[in-house]
Design a protein around this ligand. Structure first.
Ligand SMILES: NC(=O)c1ccc[n+]([C@@H]2O[C@H](COP(=O)([O-])OP(=O)(O)OC[C@H]3O[C@@H](n4cnc5c(N)ncnc54)[C@H](O)[C@@H]3O)[C@@H](O)[C@H]2O)c1
Ligand SMILES: N[C@@H](CCO)C(=O)O
Ligand code: NA
Length: 431
């Protein structure tokens, strides 16, 4: 029976669970593959560091390069750009299949990795990189390859969904919810990547690349995180029947000249509570896909955490191993199309605008006139009177408008005498 040598790089939250599965489920995996998967070593920084999972100490090594040089399959779960990139390039160059969960590296420099994999005729797989355990990349790449995707909208960061959900459901404080997410192993080594949306942006770039057959890297993504979302925003959204989620959105637009382009963006977003993505709680992830023929699809599950992410890694390992056992061509990794990335200013979306105003006759008419003068159409308006009627809060949801028209509207509203303050401006989806 054939034996495939598997090298594991990194033994943290995910790597340790992958090692556990490779060792504990070896008999099942062998039966399924008709070949043995031999874990030849685990590259770590410190051989005798304490670990959550009990693993044979003789597997640990600090010599990642030697491990990679003698492997059929390399699993990279160290994270970060270097030395992960160099080790992956060496592995691909030496003819090994590579499985990684490293969305930061793929979004920063995926092109050079795909190029190397294609040149070497080996497989590079990364299902774990987006939405953890959820099978989403393979369905987009394979199951929907005969359709045309028009929009992908995902809750793809478990940490921020955990934080926003805790603030919405229990009124938890931002810092406490973040500490919980870190303790549970959802957050990145530096949680700024989660909170400021960079992790979701990397995943957005990967989703957009597969959905629209074009290589988009991080520079194509406009990104705003959740650090500016206040408890007041969340409770105001709740009162109006909305929930705030951090979404990664990749959407195809006509560019006005008969061509098409893709907007890739990450931002806090108001969703009506009836929207399927509004029901995604805790650290769960979900990706909502719209395609011309399939219509609407939603993929839901655990987007973070050691064991769930290890499940996706193992799916890629078994698929790569099957190809090494059975032979057959490796599908090309490089994208076939070249749609331009559209800047945020050219995108149209709906907005929610919260205003604190004087409660006196003519205020509503004055504000409505500003919207009308800028060609921004109002979908709904809600008024809450404060105290004895000295002030009021107006909350507008608009029809789709351009970022530029909306910004000009908000500036003009600020200049009205009857406006005390513009309390929030948030983008809205699903209305
Ligand atoms: N944790 C999750 O839920 C999750 C989900 C999806 C994808 N990912 C991705 O999977 C990867 C691993 O994530 P994690 O949560 O296990 O991270 P982690 O920080 O828990 O583990 C990474 C491990 O790699 C080790 N390492 C780093 N540099 C090394 C080097 N040069 N040599 C040897 N060891 C080195 C670290 O010491 C650490 O033990 C990252 O790319 C991450 O973005 C994580
Ligand atoms: N830090 C990431 C891990 C999964 O990629 C998250 O919170 O979703
Ligand atoms: Na996944």
């Amino acid at each position: 029976m054939k034996t495939l040598k598997v090298a594991l790089l990194g033994c943290g939250n995910v790597g340790s669970q992958v090692a556990r599965i490779l060792l504990d489920d070896a008999a099942d995996l062998t039966a399924r593959l008709g070949a043995r998967l031999e874990l030849t070593g685990i590259a770590v920084r410190t051989v005798d560091a304490p670990r959550d999972v009990d693993l044979p100490v003789n597997l640990f090594t600090t010599d990642a390069e030697s491990l990679v040089a003698d492997a059929d399959i390399v699993i990279e779960l160290m994270g970060g750009l270097e030395p992960a990139r160099t080790l992956i390039l060496h592995a691909l160059g030496a003819g090994a299949a590579v499985v990684t969960g490293n969305k930061a590296l793929l979004a920063a420099d995926g092109a050079s990795l795909y190029e190397k994999a294609d040149a070497a005729g080996v497989q590079l797989s990364y299902e774990a990189a987006v939405a953890g355990a959820i099978p989403i990349l393979r369905p987009i790449r394979d199951s929907l390859s005969g359709d045309r995707i028009t929009k992908v909208m995902g809750i793809v960061n478990g940490t921020t969904n955990y934080i926003l959900d805790a603030m919405d459901s229990t009124g938890a404080q931002f810092v406490d919810a973040l500490a919980d997410a870190q303790r549970l192993g959802y957050a990145e080594a530096d949680p700024t990547a989660d909170v400021e949306g960079h992790d979701a942006a990397a995943k957005g770039a990967i989703l957009a690349s597969l959905a629209f057959h074009t290589g988009f890297d991080l520079s194509a993504v406009s990104c705003e995180g959740i650090s500016s979302v206040t408890a007041e925003d969340i409770s105001a959204a709740k009162d109006a029947g909305f929930v705030i989620k951090l979404l990664a959105i990749a959407e195809k637009f006509a560019d006005g000249d008969g061509g098409e382009g893709v907007s890739v963006r990450v931002h806090p977003t108001l969703l009506p509570r009836r929207h399927p993505l509004a029901a995604v709680h805790g650290a769960f992830n979900a990706v909502f896909v719209e395609a011309e023929n399939a219509g609407e699809l939603m993929f839901y599950g655990q987007g973070a955490g050691g064991a769930p992410t290890a499940s996706a890694v193992m799916g890629d390992v078994v698929t790569a191993a099957r190809r090494l056992v059975l032979g057959g061509p490796v599908p090309a990794g490089r994208p076939s199309g070249s749609l331009p990335a559209l800047p945020l200013e050219t995108v149209t979306t709906s907005y929610s605008i919260g205003l604190e105003v004087a409660d006196q006759p003519g205020v509503l008419a004055a504000v409505a006139r500003v919207f009308s003068e800028h060609g921004v159409s109002i979908e709904t308006m809600r008024q809450t009177i404060h105290g004895e009627g000295a002030s009021a809060e107006l909350r507008f949801v608009t029809h789709r408008a351009s970022e530029a028209a909306l910004a000009a509207t908000v500036e003009a509203i600020k200049d009205l005498d009857v406006i005390t303050s513009v309390k929030s401006v948030l983008r809205v989806e699903g209305v």
